[in-house]
Design a protein around this ligand. Structure first.
Ligand SMILES: Nc1ncnc2c1ncn2[C@@H]1O[C@H](COP(=O)(O)OP(=O)(O)OP(=O)(O)O)[C@@H](O)[C@H]1O
Length: 237
């Protein structure tokens, strides 16, 4: 059963950030969410994670309505997320950061093992004992992902984890994410500005523009969709 947002409306004061948006992430599928700046991607992402309550519409998990549930409860039910700006716990090491998350949701039967495995998958084991203050951008992005993974989610929502990385780092991380999503049979939602990375990583892409969905489909089709090209270029082409 999927993670499903149905007919979502969110407004901030007078500004309509999302309207009539429906999106589905199935277990075992990698889904992308793209759109120009201010299109509503982060808002929709937060509706799914429970950080924003919609004015209209519902969110379902495994067929149950979870619209009213907090982010913490959703995390316990297996919906994990990353933050655009990594938020490691200061004063703790890389391993300790992963362990806090592994314990927090109560999903990992063996939190130490889950934390260790998550660091291993993201190539952070060799710096497991380093205080997070000493990490560079690429390592912080990996840690953000590793922490979410350590909690053993079934669905993983990635908010621009590739931003700030150079092309080689992006390609490497995208490959790691694809492998771990397949290995763990995750339902993955990727919000990302870098279209090349989204198109390579995902199997289905939703496109938001001014708060509405303007297209959805396989990456190959989305990349050539005139509506999508127009949304990105403002019709300048
Ligand atoms: N907390 C808020 N209060 C007021 N307006 C907001 C708030 N959060 C988002 N908005 C507005 O809602 C609209 C959608 O924003 P959102 O951040 O979801 O877009 P986005 O597609 O993620 O953009 P970006 O690609 O720039 O991150 C924008 O016009 C934004 O300014």
């Amino acid at each position: 059963m999927p993670l499903y947002a149905q007919n979502i409306k969110v407004s901030f004061g007078g500004l309509l950030a999302l309207q009539g948006v429906t999106l589905e992430v199935k277990i075992g599928y990698r889904v992308g969410l793209i759109g120009p700046n201010g299109a509503g991607k982060t808002t929709l992402f937060s509706v799914l994670s429970g950080h924003i309550r919609p004015q209209e519409g519902e969110v379902f998990l495994d067929g149950h309505r979870i619209t009213h549930l907090s982010p913490e409860t959703r995390a316990r039910l297996g919906v994990g997320r990353t933050f655009q700006i990594p938020r490691p716990f200061p004063g703790l090491t890389v391993y300790e950061n992963a362990l806090v998350f592994a314990r927090f949701t109560g999903r990992a039967p063996n939190p130490e093992k889950s934390a260790q495995k998550a660091l291993e998958v993201l190539d952070l084991l060799k710096i497991a004992d380093v205080p997070v203050e000493q990490l560079n951008v690429s390592q912080l992005k990996r840690l953000e992902l590793a922490r979410a993974l350590a909690a053993e989610p079934r669905y993983l929502l990635l908010d621009e984890v590739f931003a700030g990385l150079n092309p080689r780092e992006k390609a490497e991380l995208a490959e790691q994410v694809e492998i771990l999503a397949k290995e763990r049979n995750l339902g993955l939602l990727v919000v990302e500005h870098d279209l090349k990375t989204v198109f390579r990583l995902t199997q289905w892409v939703y496109v938001l523009s001014f708060g509405s969905l303007i297209a959805e489909g396989p990456p190959e089709a989305i990349a050539q969709d005139p509506k999508v090209i127009e949304a990105y270029t403002g019709g300048v082409i």
